[in-house]
Design a protein around this ligand. Structure first.
Ligand code: T5A
Length: 218
């Protein structure tokens, strides 16, 4: 049996990590065979690429360098983790995937959407998410939330991308909403500005509904 690929998307601080942790509890409790991972990163090589991408000192990074680094991380991630897990029939849950590249490098940085789609067509080998949760939240709420979280390569002012201005984050949000409008079957938009446990209930219920349909059609 082929596995099932679930991705979580949204702007900075939209609550993806929080929701993925809650969703993992749900999967665990219900005895699903699953794998949690993230982009950029997910592998030893990918985590090193992640450190370069998020380091605030890399302020001079060219947008083309940036997109190739995100893509390189994805190639490694697909080969080492995602494809083998799907082939083993697991539910793969990934914090960010191709929609992030379209939203950030495409709508945020202005790189051609056609170029991003073609580049990813070459590397994805037909792998695409079965279901995506887009946690939608205004940047004025999400970005300050994210900047407060001190993580691997950040200071309290946020990582390299979190430090972008509000116009950039607004373009990314609008880009996400456009991608969702173009993919209504796959992408479920969830209001991220609600209590975390309410969001978790919506996500678990929607997952069960979609997953049950897939099993029935197999
Ligand atoms: N990127 C990534 C690209 O540009 N192109 C690409 O192709 C890819 C794959 C990754 C960066 O790389 C960019 C996008 C990103 O800028 P990251 O550190 O993984 O960097 O960044 P994020 O995924 O944005 O992680 P964040 O931690 O910033 O955001 P999350 O995971 O959405 O938010 P979370 O859950 O950590 O929550 C943030 C804070 O909000 C609180 C939490 O407790 C936490 O303090 N919170 C809530 N507060 C109130 N109500 C709720 N419902 C809440 N949910 C969470």
């Amino acid at each position: 049996m082929k596995g099932f690929f679930v991705t979580f998307e949204g702007i900075e601080g939209s609550g993806k990590t929080t929701q993925i942790n809650l969703f993992a509890n749900f999967l665990e409790k219900n005895n699903y065979d699953y794998l949690i991972t993230r982009e950029p990163g997910g592998t030893f090589i990918g985590d090193q690429i992640r450190a370069i991408l998020l380091n605030p000192k890399n302020i001079k990074m060219d947008p083309i360098t940036e997109i190739f680094l995100y893509t390189a991380s994805r190639v490694q991630h697909l080969a080492e983790l995602i494809k083998p897990a799907l082939a083993a029939g697991k539910i793969v849950v990934c914090d960010r995937f191709l929609d992030s590249t379209l939203a950030y490098q495409g709508y945020g940085r202005g790189i051609s959407i056609n170029f991003i789609e073609e580049l990813n067509r070459l590397i994805l080998d037909g792998v695409e998410p079965d279901l995506t949760f887009l946690l939608d939240i205004p940047p004025e709420i999400g970005v300050p939330r994210a900047r407060m979280v001190k993580n691997d390569s950040c200071s309290l002012n946020g990582d390299r991308i979190e430090r972008e201005n509000m116009d950039f984050h607004q373009r990314v949000r609008m880009g996400y909403l456009r991608i969702a409008a173009e993919n209504p079957e796959r992408i479920k938009i969830i209001n991220g500005n609600r209590p975390a446990d309410e969001i978790n209930k919506l996500i678990s219920a929607h997952f069960e509904e979609v997953y049950a349909k897939i099993l029935t059609n197999k």
